[in-house]
Design a binder for this molecule. Structure first.
Ligand code: CTP
Length: 433
């Protein structure tokens, strides 16, 4: 066991000084504008393969001016060392409930209280089960039981474990107790299986932490309606026409807006990602259903049309499965145009949202088509992106925001960061009115 990963004198400096980050050049340089230096979190790292990602979280939080004190569970020490954790956080890393030295210096009760937020990252099924059921047999679980602060869990586990009714019941219990449990990301796991269970992206965890530390209320009182995902247009009971939209960008925007206090209604086509926390989700399949759901959700202050709506639908969807004719003649099918949801909601009317935003996914001549769509659809902004690469199924994106007489280009970043970038501009536009 490591008794003192950071020398006592250094630890005392941090505890005693009113402006601890001034002691550390990396904090001084990366101090987030407007963020109070006194904000701190207690990060509990439990034992999963994703534990190494908590090191990046500590570094990112440091850049945002948030001080991190850490606890490693016994299992977590198999994945990361207390030395690397304390080197990054600039704080002693606590590891054992029954270390009398630690208890004399800072007992688990004080540790659990002298923070603004407790974060468990990664949160294993085991530690969430203990927290949900009030078990306390080590420093991490005892601290979770003793704390009077908000707790945020960032789960990471195998897909079958995440979907197990016991884990889902524990997640529900923790949420009912007032804790925030982030939905895990979906994707390929270290164990080789695919599905929800991956640790949420560090950017998403960081945003949730910053939101919990200092709630951003720049969009509170605003109702924002968003469409996301593809639509599915039936051909017969077993076939449909659709596209590759994953829904990720729309879901990330919904998350970023509700983190700023907006009431968000998300009308979504069929996707296989976790529902966003804090938005009212309305599931639809076809473009016609999407339009009806949007009209029902009005009035709204902002409408954001992120969905990749199918332009056409089969004119006569069959009630029974279509059968092969067996001939060599080409097979033909009639299509009719779907309603244009963005154009419909952009029309001047009493219920037109004050700010209407469309998306334009283009493979070439992005600016030309974006400006054309701005005009044709009658919306206020077009957010255009180049989808000639793997944007539609991927996690990264870069967008340009076109208004009638301006354009602003975002950084090339994760879809979560792009969502934040867009949310910031929406808040600025609404608050300028
Ligand atoms: N859109 C919509 N309803 C449709 C088609 C598109 O609301 N039936 C919205 C999309 O959500 C997006 C914008 O219109 O915000 C542009 O969509 P896009 O598919 O890029 O453009 P289209 O109008 O379909 O034109 P094209 O496919 O020819 O590029």
């Amino acid at each position: 066991m490591i008794k003192r990963a950071v020398p006592r004198r250094a630890a005392l400096l941090y505890f005693d000084c009113g402006f601890p980050f001034l002691q550390c050049p990396s904090y001084r340089l990366n101090f987030r504008k407007g963020f109070p230096v006194s904000q701190s979190i207690l990060l509990i790292i439990s034992g999963g393969i994703a534990a190494y990602k908590s090191l990046e979280l500590i570094r990112e939080l440091g850049r945002a001016g948030v001080k991190t004190r850490t606890i490693l569970t016994r299992a977590a020490t198999q994945f990361v060392t207390p030395l690397s954790v304390s080197a990054l956080s600039g704080e002693k890393c606590f590891t054992d409930l029954f270390d009398l030295d630690d208890e004399a210096e800072m007992g688990h009760i004080e540790l659990s209280r002298s923070t603004d937020l407790v974060v468990v990252c990664p949160a294993t099924a085991d530690l969430m089960a203990k927290a949900a059921n009030g078990l306390a047999d080590d420093l991490a679980s005892t601290t979770l039981l003793a704390t009077d602060k908000q707790v945020l869990f960032a789960p990471a586990m195998n897909v079958r474990m995440w979907q197990h009714p016991s884990v889902q019941k524990n997640v529900e219990t923790l949420r009912a107790q007032g804790s925030v449990v982030l939905d895990p990301d979906e994707g390929l796991m270290a164990c080789g299986e695919f599905g929800p269970g991956r640790l949420p992206e560090i950017d998403r965890i960081k945003s949730a932490i910053l939101a919990a530390l200092k709630p951003d209320t720049s969009l509170s009182g605003k109702h924002i309606l968003i469409t996301a995902g593809p639509t599915r247009e039936p051909i017969d009971p077993v076939r449909f026409l659709s596209n590759h939209s994953s829904g990720r960008q729309g879901y990330a925007i919904a998350n970023a807006l509700s983190a700023r206090g907006a009431k968000v209604t998300l009308v979504s086509g069929p996707v296989s990602i976790a529902p966003p926390t804090g938005a009212d989700l309305v599931n639809v399949e076809t473009a016609e259903q999407m339009l009806t759901a949007c009209e029902t959700a009005l009035p709204a202050d902002v409408f954001i049309s992120v969905a990749a709506v199918a332009d056409w639908r089969p004119a006569n969807a069959s009630d029974t499965k279509l059968k092969l004719k067996g001939g060599k003649d080409p097979v033909s099918m009639e299509f009719v145009e779907n309603p244009d949801i963005l154009k419909t909601l952009s029309k001047k009317s009493k219920s037109r949202p004050g700010l209407v935003i469309g998306f334009a996914a283009e493979t070439h001549e992005v600016e030309k088509y974006a400006r054309e769509k701005l005009r044709k659809k009658g919306c206020d902004w077009i957010i255009a992106n180049d989808v000639s690469g793997d944007v539609m199924g991927g996690t990264d994106n870069q967008v340009s925001l076109y208004t009638e007489d301006d354009v602003e280009v975002s950084p090339d970043a994760s879809k979560d960061q792009i969502a934040d970038w867009i949310a910031e501009r929406i808040a600025k536009a609404l608050n300028a009115d």
